[in-house]
Design a protein around this ligand. Sequence first.
Ligand code: AMP
Ligand code: MG
Length: 487
Amino acid sequence: MANNIGWNFDNSYTRLPSSFYSCLPLNRVQAPKLVILNEAVAESLGLDTRALQRPESIEILAGNEVPSGAIPLAQAYAGHQFGHFNMLGDGRALLLGEQMTPTGERYDIGLKGSGRTPYSRGGDGRAALGPMLREYIISEAMYALGIPTSRSLAVVTTGETIIRETELPGAILTRVASSHLRVGTFQYVAQWGTDEELQILADYAIERHFPTIDQTQPNRYLSLLQEVMERQAKLIAQWQLVGFIHGVMNTDNMTISGETIDYGPCAFMDTYNPATVFSSIDRQGRYAYGNQPPIGGWNISRFAETLLPLIHNNEEEAVILAQEVIQQYPQLYYTNWLAGMRAKLGIFNEEEQDAKLVEELLTLMEKYDADYTNTFRALTFTKCEGTDLFNSAEFTNWYEQWQARREKQEESEAASQQLMRDNNPAIIPRNHRVEEALEAAVTHGDYRVMEKLLQALSQPFAHTSNQEEYATLPAPSNCPYQTFCGT
Ligand code: AMP
Ligand code: MG
């Protein structure tokens, strides 16, 4: 296939032991059609956006043709799903290859919904249009919020229907990530591979994501554990600060790079409540909003277990060393979160009572069913009126304490407000607005609602007038919003 699009693949994953993946032929689809293309992502990858829209490119985005230099493969991995260990792997995704960008960065280019693989188990390997557009919207919103994430290059429809509860239009998402190495990749090799293979994987992860770790240093695998933990602690703090609920924090969905991946049953919280769960299959609330930070710690412990043979040849010693690292996780998470909360409240320096000030606000928000995003937005613009929370005497009291705290700092009020503007989004992808955009696109083939939403989401800290309408809350409903897995 002629390469005038800008593909520039170098496939380091194929140089790893062959048990780590399965090379596959492509599964052709009937009648691919490009429905959305992310020009900003295309450009950052060094791809020609005009050329990408030509039929021969669309064949590539649909998995009908292999771009020159690509070597399609499905990655093997395992994972704890809701606490239970399973063999998994890319059951409906293919890694086309690693694109080297004009600035020398390496990105995985993957197709999601591209058909069956040796890891599909009972699944059809396919994806429906609605969930692929949903991933596109939410991943782009996360990126704009400054949260590490995989990104979405394009969605194509396949011209085929897939069977779920009803027949749905099939689609393929082209996903871009700094890698798809997961805690589950390490679990797979630790469980079924040799120690030598484990070391190859760990060295590969260090080279790809943590090049500052000296590869010759004897305890480099402890450094790897430390770095992955730090990135995950920071990532999950960022999720909490914007009210993002991943929904399926299984170890196979937790990256080594510290990027958010696998947008399945995720959603943003409207009303503040730590018990919020959207996923229909999460009946125990394992992945509820308030549980995400400890689950991040649980997942890091699973990662640490896989590294034990590399950390020390005496297992007891290895456990002691690993524990010294992972016991820092709760504090590390909390420090990141509290720093973010200070910024959301316009506070620059640290004082001991800050934690109490934040906790008190959250307690009141929960008590008065306050909207998470809009409460911080109102505080930013000191427009605290018209809600039960703002009308309460407890809030007035809290507000005075908060003002006193802000006045005590050296920075001006204007600077404090700017800090708040930069940390409290004007807009999040609210579920009812996302659904509205998907409905128009999937049912009516009208992508304008989605384009407009994406536009408003692209600069969440701009606080422009066209974002106002997206602050409106959903109408009260008897059936809580639910999201579905494996969709
Ligand atoms: P997820 O919940 O998306 O992280 O997926 C969990 C596992 O199920 C992964 O191994 C996926 O590849 C696999 N999977 C999800 N949906 C399908 C499908 N439609 N066909 C085959 N495998 C799937
Ligand atoms: Mg997954």
